[in-house]
Design a protein around this ligand. Structure first.
Ligand code: C2E
Ligand code: MG
Ligand code: MG
Ligand code: MG
Length: 278
């Protein structure tokens, strides 16, 4: 019967929903103690200057190796962390660890600017400037060696100019500011002029098919051109093949990041591969 079939479909649907909700709850509970149990680490993925071909910067990416669940991908745990507010302590852990690592490299003659992802919640809930001041002082890392990656969602909620004021104070500390996943959010072009942005990271969704899809090619082209006009550096994310690289070089994109050059690496791997031999 149709009615019964409908009921069954509904039952399967709710069971799946329940399973998903349970999984999220489990992740949330385990994630809470992950830092104390030493289950977190950072991986490092370089960004290359397309002119000089040198490593210009390295992005720190959070990794979670759970005793219970094994390696959990950020695609699974970051959304749960955002929902539950756990991204605030997790992001703070990542910021501290990235600054500590970058400073330890710098002190031993391997200075590479590090980029850290800062969630909208971290930016809006409490004062990110105070946190940055504290972490920079603790680690000893010069502010010029740190970049913060913010998503467009940070910029769109500018209640009474608080966002602009915070961005200006962060810039005044000497850190640089990048917009991550550019093109995927609801941003207006006006804020690019208003906010003190140093870098646009073109989302990998647009980069993926640039050599075959004329619309994606046009969008990426436009962002590179916009960067040139506004004097904001552009980074292509998710560069995986030579055809994409050729396109980006020809159009004058500043930097590129992706599997073609390097996967995210452990600190030891990154250092072994990119520290110039002494
Ligand atoms: P994101 O900041 O946009 O980082 C880029 C993601 O693309 C990373 O995924 C990276 O591993 C992946 N990627 C790099 N090159 C390629 C490529 O050539 N092809 C493909 N298909 N993917 C590539 P990952 O490490 O899984 O991180 C996913 C997202 O999780 C990040 O996206 C970021 O939004 C978030 N995230 C990671 N670490 C942190 C953190 O410490 N704090 C916050 N707030 N978010 C983080
Ligand atoms: Mg990022
Ligand atoms: Mg991104
Ligand atoms: Mg992303």
């Amino acid at each position: 019967h149709a009615k019964e079939a409908g009921r069954n479909a509904y039952r399967f649907f709710t069971e799946r929903m329940n399973a998903e909700a349970r999984e999220r709850l489990q992740i949330q509970n385990l994630l809470r103690g992950a830092a104390e149990r030493g289950e977190l680490s950072l991986h490092y993925q370089p960004q290359f200057d397309l002119g000089s071909r040198e490593v210009a910067c390295v992005e720190a990416l959070l990794r979670w190796n759970s005793a219970e669940l094994g390696q959990v991908s950020p695609a699974r745990f970051i959304p749960v962390a955002e929902e539950s507010g756990l991204i605030v302590p997790l992001g703070e852990w990542a910021l501290r660890e990235a600054c500590r690592q970058a400073e330890s490299w710098r002190r031993t003659g391997f200075a590479v600017p590090v980029a850290v992802n800062l969630s909208a919640l971290q930016f809006h809930r409490s004062d990110p400037v105070e946190l940055l001041e504290r972490v920079l002082a603790e680690s000893g890392l010069p502010a010029a060696q740190l970049e913060l990656e913010l998503t467009e969602s940070v910029l769109v909620q500018d209640g009474g100019g608080v966002t602009l004021e915070r961005l200006r104070r962060l810039k005044a500390l000497g850190v640089s500011l990048a917009i991550d996943d550019f093109g995927t959010g609801f941003s207006s072009l006006a804020y690019l002029r208003r906010f003190p942005i140093d870098k646009l990271k073109i989302d990998q969704a647009f980069v993926c098919d640039i050599s075959t899809d004329p619309e994606d090619a046009a969008i990426v082209n436009l962002v590179i051109e916009l960067g040139r006009i506004l004097k904001i550096r552009t980074v292509a994310e998710g560069v995986e093949n030579e055809a994409q690289l050729r396109f980006l070089r020809e159009r004058g994109c500043t930097l590129a990041q992706g599997y073609l050059f390097a996967r995210p690496l452990t600190a030891a791997q990154f250092e072994a591969q990119y520290r110039a031999p002494r």
